[in-house]
Design a protein around this ligand. Structure first.
Ligand SMILES: Cc1cc2nc3c(=O)[nH]c(=O)nc-3n(C[C@H](O)[C@H](O)[C@H](O)COP(=O)(O)OP(=O)(O)OC[C@H]3O[C@@H](n4cnc5c(N)ncnc54)[C@H](O)[C@@H]3O)c2cc1C
Length: 454
């Protein structure tokens, strides 16, 4: 848990309690990795011969793969302290990167162990593989687990991901749990680090039990408890533009949700067509005692169907999640930049971030003037709190010709280098805006981003 204390030019100090900061999370993951290494060293008095080196490399890659899979499951367990401290964006990136490590390590483990044993036993790799599968306990199940992991890895590769519906990809991903279950028993039955080492078996089991408990608690028990407590229902739907609607959701005890502006929920609307999908949408206004609001642009089936929701439709909401909130702020002055429907969390921050007149500025980018949704609300907020609002219409330009080019941003916001920047929009716009902000001299650590893409 961390308390952020960076302060600059007399600005406020951000305090984050009950959150795990990125350095703390990385240090903890690294420490766990060192313990795994220590376990391997403890059980490896000497490495003899080429076969021994291969086998030990195989043991080590297997141990690290087993540890890494527990870590990536933990990252996706939706633990509030991780969601708030790291942010959904970073969690998803770390999870994806960890997934690539797990698949590579599991494959390397399999190949190295087979090769190492065949060198030591002077047999060929085919007979060694067959001997492993036929005679070693639970190795057949572990082999299936590796194949399952490879299949998940292949379907997650960018090219394949683009061709798959999100739901298909998500469903295939759930097989990770099967892979963990299939591979677990061979670790204790054949793993040299566990067979004669009861404390190691206890610690390893404790790691997996803790992750499983967090998954069950945060992904199942907490949402069910929240559903019973808050009894959320759709209050109404308002059209904001040709392809954007706002959905108002009411319920009981909404204050207890402790929602921070900038956060999102995973929403499950209990209609015949939508009950099985829980999609993430940010709150597009600060939570009120009697309603929450999301504003959604049509991207595919789920988002399109929201315009047809009838008042009274029951809703399950998982959250609040995400760290794109005022806790990221370390400077007195703030620049908010939104692209298209990325305005949703930005609109909530624009309304609520503390600041005197002139300290909060919003640049809102869209391709066309008709695409500026929530415009009247934004203008009213700007007027009431003396904040700046610049609408920047137009197709994306190249380099300095773009509306968010460094020169243009500096002209509109001359003190941009002394500001925190909160940025949300489509991936291309976010990448270009980040590049231009860096060119304008904004430090990377002052740019806080929320991505809508998984
Ligand atoms: C943290 C976060 C906050 C978001 N906030 C908003 C918002 O305020 N307003 C808004 O209009 N959109 C928001 N989105 C995007 C929104 O979730 C997707 O556009 C929507 O889920 C698409 O679903 P679909 O069935 O309509 O389209 P599909 O065609 O199924 O999906 C289009 C793309 O959306 C993404 N997607 C789909 N389902 C999910 C899911 N369950 N989880 C994660 N990504 C998914 C995938 O990348 C997919 O390729 C947010 C996304 C994230 C991750």
């Amino acid at each position: 848990m961390s308390t952020a204390t960076r302060s600059s030019e007399g600005s406020r100090v951000a305090v984050r309690r009950g959150q795990v900061s990125p350095p703390t999370a990385l240090a903890s993951i690294g420490l766990g990795g060192l313990l795994v290494l220590a376990l391997w060293l403890h059980d490896t008095p000497a490495v003899i011969g080429f076969g021994g080196w291969l086998t030990n490399a195989g043991r080590l890659t297997g141990l690290v793969a087993g540890y890494a899979i527990a870590v990536i499951l933990l990252l996706m367990a939706r633990v509030p302290a991780l969601e708030r401290g790291l942010g959904a964006d970073r969690l998803a990136r770390w999870h994806a990167m960890g997934g690539r490590y797990v698949v590579s390590l599991a494959v390397a483990h399999t190949l190295l162990i087979i090769w190492g044993y065949s060198v030591s036993a002077h047999t060929d790799v085919v007979s060694q593989t067959s001997s492993f599968i036929r005679s070693y306990p639970d190795v057949l199940m572990a082999t299936v687990a590796v194949l399952v992991l490879v299949a998940i890895g292949v379907t997650s590769a960018r090219a394949a991901r683009r061709r798959l519906a999100y739901e298909t990809w998500h469903f295939i991903h759930l097989y990770t749990y099967l892979a963990v279950a299939l591979s677990f028993s061979h670790e204790f039955a054949t793993g040299a680090d566990f067979v004669d080492n009861a404390p190691a078996r206890w610690l390893w089991s404790a790691l997996y039990i803790a992750v499983a408990a967090l998954l069950l608690w945060c992904r199942l028990a907490m949402p069910v408890r929240a559903a019973l407590r808050h009894r959320l229902v759709v209050l109404g739907v308002r059209r904001e533009s040709a392809d954007v609607v706002s959905v108002y959701i009411g319920g009981r005890h909404l204050g207890e949700l402790a929602t921070e502006p900038g956060q999102f929920f995973r929403w499950r609307f209990l209609t015949r067509d939508l009950w099985w999908a829980a999609n993430p949408y940010s709150l597009s206004a600060a939570a009120r005692p009697d309603w929450l609001r999301i504003t959604v642009k049509v991207a595919g089936g789920h988002s399109a169907a929201l315009s047809t929701l009838a008042p009274g439709t029951k809703v399950l909401a998982e959250g609040p999640y995400g760290g794109f909130t005022a806790t990221r702020r370390t400077r007195r002055r703030v620049l908010l930049i939104a692209g298209g429907v990325g305005i949703t969390p930005i609109r909530a921050l624009f309304e609520t971030l503390p600041g005197y007149p002139g300290e909060i500025c919003l640049l809102y980018r869209a391709n066309d003037i008709g695409e500026f949704v929530l415009r009247e609300e934004l203008e009213a907020i700007a007027r009431s709190r003396g904040a700046e609002l610049h609408l920047l219409p137009g197709r994306p330009g190249q380099g300095s010709s773009d509306q968010l080019a460094a020169e243009r941003v500096t002209a509109l916001v001359p003190d941009v280098r002394q500001r925190d920047v909160f940025l949300c929009g489509p991936p291309g716009m976010m990448a270009a805006a980040t590049r231009e902000l860096r060119r304008a001299g904004v430090a990377r650590r002052d740019i806080h981003r929320e991505s809508f893409v998984f």
